[in-house]
Design a protein around this ligand. Structure first.
Ligand code: KG4
Ligand code: ZN
Length: 338
């Protein structure tokens, strides 16, 4: 007896089976090598690759859990936000499967999946603060309960992951840029290049990454055509430290009135060792628990979608099969119950 979760909002197709909140299996079909020659995700390629991988990924996730298709008790799929072609492929497969097997279906908001992903490994008490840092988001929420989210802060321009990816591309590093910057930064001096921390005048609790990205670009231009490996590592380390500091500033601003609640950090950028360490240390200093999922639950994964899908289905909250994919839809304005 298990709920299937399908995540296909960007370049990875990931399916997972969850039962009673526990992960039974997860299979992710990565497209990194298909997009690497282009230095970023090509939406057309992403949706076509998802289409090719659907059947095999479903077979693999069932066989890993040693379950037949008839053991499914529900189906969930990401419906927003993301690349609309990619979303459509996964969502329509999920809806088709639910319809053909007469199973309840639940559409899941991708950011809700990230925010609740720590539950795959820990019990977390409500309310908590949830920072989602990914290729498309750098958003901080107050999570009151399943389905109840209040925005506390966000970037006003680039997402953290987007900034890592752009800086990496400019430095000639491979896509995806976040892990490449982190790797290079290990040998670098984070104090060599100074970055002014962003300030968003109209919203003191918000942050921005476009200034950090532009400053990195200016430094890069000044380094000339053939900078040494050490200076590249120093630039990567300095940029990474500035990105971590700007996220830390956003989090600490939001916590000034509510400093004891747990902090959850999720999304692909939460794989970053420097960010993990900085936030864990902050939690230890201030006496709150900082929960960051294992890296396989930080990047896009089917498990978080299956977990959230099952939580709603257990409450009898299904989505209509007319639910459509949407490239943009802010969390807190979910369409999945409509
Ligand atoms: O959550 P995710 O897998 O997909 C989106 O929903 O966007 O996040 C992908 C982003 C990419 O921008 C990638 O460069 C970044 O997460 N990322 C990292 C690291 N690993 C992945 N950024 C910094 N350091 C990392 N170790
Ligand atoms: Zn994501």
């Amino acid at each position: 007896m298990a709920v299937l979760g399908i995540e296909s909002s960007c370049d990875d197709l990931s399916m997972a089976l969850v039962s009673g909140g526990r992960l039974l299996s997860q299979v992710t079909s990565s497209q990194v090598m298909a997009h690497r020659p282009f230095g970023g995700v090509v939406p057309e390629i992403a949706s076509r690759k998802h289409l090719e991988a659907l059947e095999l990924t479903l077979e693999a996730v069932l066989s890993q859990a040693k379950l037949p298709l008839t053991a499914l008790t529900g189906v969930s799929g990401t419906y927003a936000p993301g690349l609309v072609g990619s979303l459509l492929v996964g969502l329509n497969f999920a809806k088709g499967l639910a319809f053909s097997r007469q199973l309840p279906f639940r559409g899941v908001h991708h950011i809700e999946g990230h925010l609740l992903s720590p539950f795959l490994e820990h019990e977390v008490s409500f309310p908590f603060h949830g920072l989602v840092v990914s290729g498309g988001h750098s958003h901080l929420y107050r999570v009151e309960a399943l389905g109840s989210y209040q925005l506390l802060g966000r970037t006003v321009d680039d997402a953290a992951g987007e900034a890592f990816d752009k800086v990496a591309k400019m430095m000639g590093l491979d896509y995806p840029g976040g892990p490449a910057i982190e790797q290079l930064a290990r040998a670098g001096d984070p104090k060599r290049f100074t970055f002014a921390l962003p300030r968003v005048k109209a919203h003191p609790g918000y942050t921005s990454f476009s200034g950090l990205k532009t400053a990195a670009l200016e430094y890069w231009k000044q380094l000339g055509p053939d900078p040494s490996k050490q200076v590249c590592a120093d630039l990567a380390a300095s940029f990474q430290a500035a990105a971590v500091q700007s996220l830390l500033a956003m989090v600490s601003y939001a916590r000034r009135d509510e400093s004891r609640v747990p902090l959850v950090v999720a999304g692909g950028v939460a794989c970053n060792g420097a960010l993990r360490e900085a936030l864990k240390n902050y939690g230890e200093r201030e006496g709150f628990s900082c929960l960051i999922p294992s890296p396989r639950f930080c990047t896009d994964n089917g498990a978080m979608i299956a977990w959230v899908g099952e939580a709603y289905l257990r409450r009898g909250e299904v989505s209509p099969l007319r639910l459509n994919a949407e490239a943009r839809r802010p969390l807190g304005e979910e369409a999945a119950s409509g």
